[in-house]
Design a protein around this ligand. Structure first.
Ligand SMILES: C[S@@+](CC[C@H](N)C(=O)[O-])C[C@H]1O[C@@H](n2cnc3c(N)ncnc32)[C@H](O)[C@@H]1O
Length: 149
């Protein structure tokens, strides 16, 4: 199909997956930097006006995949495409971050949940048009109810 090339790398306080908050109610407030490679710098033109960004990245330290798995948020198995498991057929991660500022090709962001040095595939402005009352949270809502959250 195509061979994706990193557009940059994440600088994150997380060196180990154990350090990243997981499970129900986990808050992702960590700050980091998206370091974009100079040859893609022009692509950041006008990005400052957006408060939040969608970041697509590679789970470069995950191996293999499971079509069914039990996430840390539940004690029941779910299909990989109904979870955010790192162990996926195409190991692509998606994170919405808050853009704190830009310094040339360095984007300072809040809300990262990836390891330091994670390769970045793409960045897009976050534009949500789905009303909160229209969103369904599937098994996650049931797991929260079972745990009384
Ligand atoms: C549950 S996934 C969710 C990631 C993203 N928000 C998503 O929805 O695709 C986040 C977990 O991926 C793992 N992780 C983060 N960076 C990784 C990397 N570069 N390679 C492999 N696993 C990684 C960590 O265990 C982290 O807690």
């Amino acid at each position: 199909m195509f061979s994706p090339q990193p557009i940059g790398y994440a600088r994150s306080p997380y060196k180990d997956t154990q350090q990243i908050p997981k499970g129900l109610g986990a808050q992702h407030e960590a700050e980091g930097v998206l370091e974009i490679l100079p040859e893609f710098g022009a692509g950041l033109t006008d990005i400052e006006g957006f408060s939040h960004l969608i970041v697509l990245w590679v789970f470069d330290r995950a191996e293999g995949f499971d079509l069914l798995g039990t996430p840390p948020t539940d004690n029941r198995p779910h299909g990989v495409f109904a979870t955010r498991s790192p162990r996926r057929p195409n190991p692509i991660g998606l994170t919405v971050v808050e853009l704190l500022g830009r310094e040339g090709t360095r984007l300072h962001v809040r809300g990262i949940d990836m390891l330091d040095g994670t390769p970045l595939l793409d960045i897009k402005p976050y534009l949500s048009s789905i009303l909160t009352e229209k969103l369904r949270r599937g098994w996650l809502a049931e797991a929260e109810t079972r745990r009384g959250q």
